[in-house]
Design a protein around this ligand. Structure first.
Ligand code: AMP
Length: 293
């Protein structure tokens, strides 16, 4: 596997793979790789002749006071993991390669409204503009045929899919399932911030989603009721500080009101320094199609 730092070099390598008839897959990450990332890399390696994993902690998507400086980093470990998962290239550019004019002097921003202002966008109002802008840059730099994202960041994946559609990026967006720890906690680089006590309580997010899904299964159709139920469940964990618990339309991210078709259950909460998110797509059982009895 090659480690590439330069934008000019990644362009050259991808162009050369293209001339050999290889399809190109891109897996954008911020590094500190875990099984969630590796599942995306494996999927790309299975579907493409060349897999590029990008590793870039994008300053534009962090607000002042967020964890940009202390975001966990371990390039040597990432290189080994990336290679073992089947990536051909690790593209780890410096800021000057991605923002040659300087991050603060960057003028063009891609904004996918109103999706970027809902759910996580309420607490992190500039975050998704930073994400869509850097992903647009990466898609232009690498020019992949396919790009891979995790369902763990459902809102992010929806925003990227929308951007790709609206701006005619010639790329197929693939969204892959959330990979979890044995106790249900969604894997995240930010789990490294958790103290042992916080870590022990963090699976409450997943448990709240699962019991809310059972509530819907049992017939509850009021989205606000289900959201309030998830908030109460998360409130049971003494160290959790809820950001939001929502039941929304999976396409618009607007509150579902009455649950009539597929809904997205989405939760976010703080445990000490870590802000954790999780989500679940739920289809209410169709009348007459459920199990007998
Ligand atoms: P990040 O490094 O956190 O920016 O994540 C890079 C990519 O990996 C994003 O598309 C995430 O949605 C995806 N990802 C992160 N955690 C998981 C997980 N637990 N399962 C599946 N995909 C994930």
């Amino acid at each position: 596997m090659r480690l590439i730092r330069k934008a000019s070099e990644i362009r050259r390598q991808v162009a050369s793979a293209r001339t050999q008839g290889k399809a190109v897959g891109l897996v954008p990450t911020m590094g500190y790789l875990h099984e969630g990332h590796l599942s995306l890399i494996r999927q790309s390696a299975a579907e493409n002749g060349l897999t590029v994993t990008s590793l870039y902690v994008n300053p534009l998507q962090f607000a002042p006071g967020e964890d940009l400086e202390r975001y966990p980093r371990d390039l040597a470990a990432d290189q080994a993991l990336c290679e073992a998962a089947g990536s051909d290239i690790l593209f780890a550019p410096a800021d000057a390669e991605v923002y040659p004019e300087g991050v603060d002097r960057h003028l063009t921003v891609v904004s996918v409204r109103p999706l970027s202002g809902l759910l996580c966008g309420r607490t992190r109002p500039t975050h998704f503009d930073g994400v869509s802008t850097v992903v647009a840059k990466l898609l232009n730099l690498v020019a992949p045929d396919r790009a891979y994202f995790g369902q763990k960041d459902y809102q992010q994946a929806l925003i990227i899919k929308t951007m790709v559609r609206d701006l005619n990026f010639p790329v197929a967006v693939r969204v892959c399932p959330t990979v979890r720890e044995a106790d249900g906690l969604a894997m995240s680089s930010r789990n490294a911030y958790l103290t042992p006590e916080e870590r022990a309580q963090a699976p409450v997010l997943q448990r709240a989603l699962q019991s809310a899904a059972r509530l819907i299964e049992a017939g509850e159709r009021d989205g606000a009721e289900v959201a309030a139920y998830m908030a109460r469940e998360i409130g049971q964990a003494p160290l959790a500080r809820l950001d939001y618990a929502s039941v929304v339309d999976p396409g618009t991210l607007r509150p579902a009101g009455r649950i009539e078709g597929r809904v997205l259950l989405a939760v976010a909460c703080y445990f000490g320094k870590a802000r954790l998110i999780d989500n679940l797509l739920v289809d209410p059982p169709v009348k007459g199609k459920g199990p007998p009895g």
